[in-house]
Design a protein around this ligand. Structure first.
Ligand code: ADP
Length: 200
């Protein structure tokens, strides 16, 4: 390859990083800390039909839509991917993804494992990272400590966690979220490496 061609392809290049974990696995917390460390990275705000939790803000944490609004967006091809999870719809706004990549910004998509597979199918260069809890007992403790789930939801989330961890084995990277600062360090290293890839 000539030098001119190499320089044309030279990194850093923007990429999509999908961060998945079972509910309570720490993806929201780890993503928040990761963004503070890497100023060139942004989070793509997901649209959802699930009701906001206390403290969550429209446009910052999620775009909260009702079902009719969500369906209308689906019909006009407004989502990069979307899925129904735990009875609610979640979707990644296609425009946000397109514009970030066009401006050279890398994006973190915090998604469940269905979303991760859909993004990889549509954009094979995406980097998929799965955060697994150190154990199911610890996952349960964290969900209890977070205190956002009714007992029936908590049981369902724990039942689904094993299936989600199974799907995580198909990801590019696996990080066990034991010590939070080590998790964020590992995530930052994956991002730094992804940014320096030559994509063919
Ligand atoms: P998710 O977004 O994957 O559902 P959260 O980020 O809400 O998970 O994390 C679930 C709970 O676990 C939160 O209360 C969070 O503070 C806590 N948590 C996340 N990572 C760790 C960790 N490494 N050690 C201890 N607690 C953690």
């Amino acid at each position: 390859m000539s030098l001119a061609r190499l320089l044309k392809k030279a990194p850093p290049r923007p990429f999509l990083l999908v961060l998945s974990a079972p509910s309570g696995g720490g993806k929201t917390t780890a993503c928040g800390l990761l963004l503070k460390r890497l100023p060139w990275l942004s989070r793509c705000v997901t649209a959802t039909t699930r009701p906001p939790r206390p403290g969550e803000r429209h446009g910052r944490d999620y775009w909260f839509l009702n079902e009719a609004e969500f369906r209308a967006r689906v019909a006009e091809g407004g989502f990069f991917e979307y899925a129904q999870v735990h009875g609610h719809y979640y979707g990644t706004p296609a425009r946000e993804v397109r514009e970030a990549l066009r401006k050279g910004r890398s994006l973190v998509l915090v998604l469940d494992v269905q979303g991760g597979a859909a993004v990889k199918g549509r954009h094979p260069d995406s980097v998929l990272v799965f955060l697994a809890p150190p154990s199911m007992a610890e996952l349960r403790r964290r969900l209890l400590r977070r205190g956002t789930d009714a007992p029936a939801d908590l049981r369902r989330r724990l039942r689904e966690a094993s299936r989600e961890c199974e799907a995580g084995l198909g990801y590019d990277y696996l990080i066990i979220n034991d010590e939070l600062d080590e998790t964020v360090e590992a995530l930052a290293q994956v991002c730094q490496a992804a940014r320096l890839r030559l994509v063919h």
